[in-house]
Design a protein around this ligand. Structure first.
Ligand code: PMP
Length: 402
C-alpha cells in the first residue's frame, strides 16, 4: 500500500488552487505533474553542472556527459533492454515513431509493402506512416476494434500477408483505457516474421515494461507522461534492426568522419542522436523513472486500478452516463446525456477539475465510435478517491444546469 497523502507532498503543483478551489488534476493522460526531485535535479544541473555533453575535454562537460549517460543506463534498466546501445533519446513518443517510420521505412519498406496499424491509434502512430506513404507507396492496413473497445484479434490475424513488414500498435489506448494483449500480438506477428513497434506512451507511467520478455522490436514513450520533463522521450530498438537502419537526422554527434566527399556514421545509439541532446531533461527523466520505480509498479497498479474501478462505479450512478472503452487502465472516457463534451469540460474546469475533452488525437477512433469527442478523466499515482468524488459531484452540478 502506498501513502497517497505523503506522495502528494512530493508534487508541489497539487496544492495550488484554480478559481479559488483546490486543483483536481485528472488530465494525466496528456501530461503528468512533476515531483520536486525531478525539478530539483534539473535546477541543480543548470546551477552547477551545465556544459554541452560529449564534446568537451573540460570538467563540467565530462560531468554533464556522465549524468546524461547514467540517465541512458536508468532508461535501459527501466525497460530492461539488453544494452544502452538500444536506447535512443528523442523529443518524445511522436519523434520516436517518426524516426522508425522514416528510417525503418527507408531500409525495409518498398512499394506495395504493408504496415499494420489499429483503429485505436493516436495520430502520432498514423500520420508518420502516411508521410512515408507519400514517398513510398506502402499500404496501411487497420485492425478494427470490437464494440467493447478491444482489438479484434481474429481480424488482426487475417491482416498479415507475405508483404507485411511491420505492425505498429499502442500498448494502452489513451481514449479507451484498453490494455492491449501485446505479448500475444507480438507472438502472432513474429510467427509471420513481422517486427512490432509498441507505442508505450500510456503504458510507461502505469505498468512495468520488459522489452526482452515482450520481445518487441521497437518501443516508444515520452518523459513528460511518466513524471519527467517535457522535451525528452525514448526509442528502444533491437540492436540488430537499428544497425541496419540509416540515420534519421544529420548533424553533430551522429557522425564518424565527415568530408565533402564521404561521411561515416557514429555507432549506436549516437547514430540516431544528431545535435545537442536535451541533457538536462535526460537527467530529469532518469530521476522520474527512479522515483516511480522506488514506489514500485505493483503498488502503482494496485492503487490506479482500484481508483479507476471506483471512478467507473461512481460515475455510472450519473443518469445519462455513457462510457467508451473498458478502462482497464487509468483512463475513463465518457459522455453525459446530450451535454457537449466541450461544455462539460469547460464547466468542470470552473469547478477546479482538469479533464480533457475532444478527440484526444484519435479521430479515426472517434469515427469508429460515431462521436466527435469524449470527456476523459485520466489518473496518476497521486490521485485520490476524494478527487473522484469531487468529479462526480461536479458533473452532477453541471447536469442540473442543463
Ligand atoms: N501515443 C499515445 C497513445 C499518446 O497518448 C500520446 C500523447 N497523448 C502520444 C502517442 C504522443 O506523445 P507525445 O506528444 O509526448 O509525443
Amino acid at each position: 500500500m502506498i501513502d497517497i497523502q505523503e506522495i502528494r507532498k512530493d508534487f508541489p503543483i497539487l496544492s495550488r488552487e484554480v478559481y479559488g478551489r483546490p486543483l483536481v488534476y485528472l488530465d494525466n493522460g496528456a501530461t503528468t505533474q512533476k515531483p520536486r526531485c525531478v525539478i530539483d535535479a534539473m535546477t541543480d544541473e543548470y546551477l552547477n553542472v551545465n556544459a554541452n555533453v560529449h564534446r568537451g575535454v573540460h570538467y563540467l562537460s565530462q560531468q554533464a556527459t556522465e549524468l546524461h549517460e547514467a540517465a541512458r543506463e536508468t532508461v535501459r534498466r527501466f525497460v530492461n533492454a539488453r544494452s544502452t546501445a538500444e536506447i535512443i533519446f528523442t523529443r518524445g513518443t511522436t519523434e520516436s515513431i517518426n524516426l522508425v517510420a522514416s528510417s525503418f521505412g527507408q531500409a525495409f519498406l518498398h512499394d506495395g509493402d504493408e504496415v499494420i496499424l489499429t483503429q485505436m491509434e493516436h495520430h502520432s502512430n498514423i500520420v508518420p506512416w502516411q508521410l512515408l506513404q507519400a514517398r513510398t507507396r506502402i499500404i496501411i492496413k487497420v485492425c478494427p476494434i470490437t464494440d467493447e473497445g478491444r482489438l479484434d484479434l481474429d481480424a488482426l490475424e487475417a491482416l498479415f500477408s507475405p508483404r507485411t513488414r511491420l505492425l505498429s500498435c499502442t500498448f494502452v489506448s489513451n481514449v479507451l483505457g484498453t490494455v492491449n494483449p501485446v505479448a500475444d500480438i507480438i507472438r502472432v506477428a513474429h510467427a509471420h516474421e513481422v517486427p512490432v513497434l509498441l507505442d508505450a506512451a500510456q503504458a510507461a507511467p502505469h505498468l512495468p515494461i520488459d522489452v526482452q520478455a515482450l520481445d518487441c522490436d521497437f518501443l516508444a514513450f515520452s518523459g513528460h507522461k511518466v513524471y519527467g520533463p517535457t522535451g525528452v522521450g525514448v526509442l528502444y530498438g533491437k540492436e540488430t534492426l537499428l544497425e541496419q537502419m540509416p540515420p534519421y537526422m544529420g548533424g553533430g554527434e551522429m557522425i564518424g568522419k565527415v568530408s565533402f566527399e564521404h561521411t561515416t556514421f557514429n555507432s549506436l545509439p549516437y547514430k540516431f542522436e544528431a545535435g545537442t541532446p536535451d541533457y538536462v531533461a535526460t537527467t530529469g527523466l532518469a530521476r522520474a523513472l527512479d522515483y516511480v520505480s522506488a514506489i514500485g509498479f505493483t503498488a502503482v497498479m494496485e492503487h490506479e486500478k482500484a481508483l479507476t474501478s471506483y471512478a467507473r462505479e461512481r460515475l455510472s450512478e450519473i443518469p445519462g452516463m455513457r462510457f467508451f472503452g473498458p478502462s482497464d487502465d487509468s483512463v475513463v472516457s465518457f459522455l453525459v446525456g446530450e451535454i457537449h463534451h466541450l461544455d462539460l469540460g469547460t464547466l468542470l474546469d470552473r469547478l477546479g477539475i482538469a479533464v480533457r475533452t475532444g478527440h484526444h488525437c484519435a479521430e479515426p477512433l472517434m469515427h469508429r465510435l460515431g462521436i466527435e469527442g469524449t470527456v476523459r478523466a485520466s489518473f496518476a499515482l497521486y490521485n485520490t478517491r476524494e478527487e473522484v468524488d469531487a468529479l462526480v459531484s461536479a458533473i452532477d452540478r453541471v447536469r442540473q444546469m442543463f
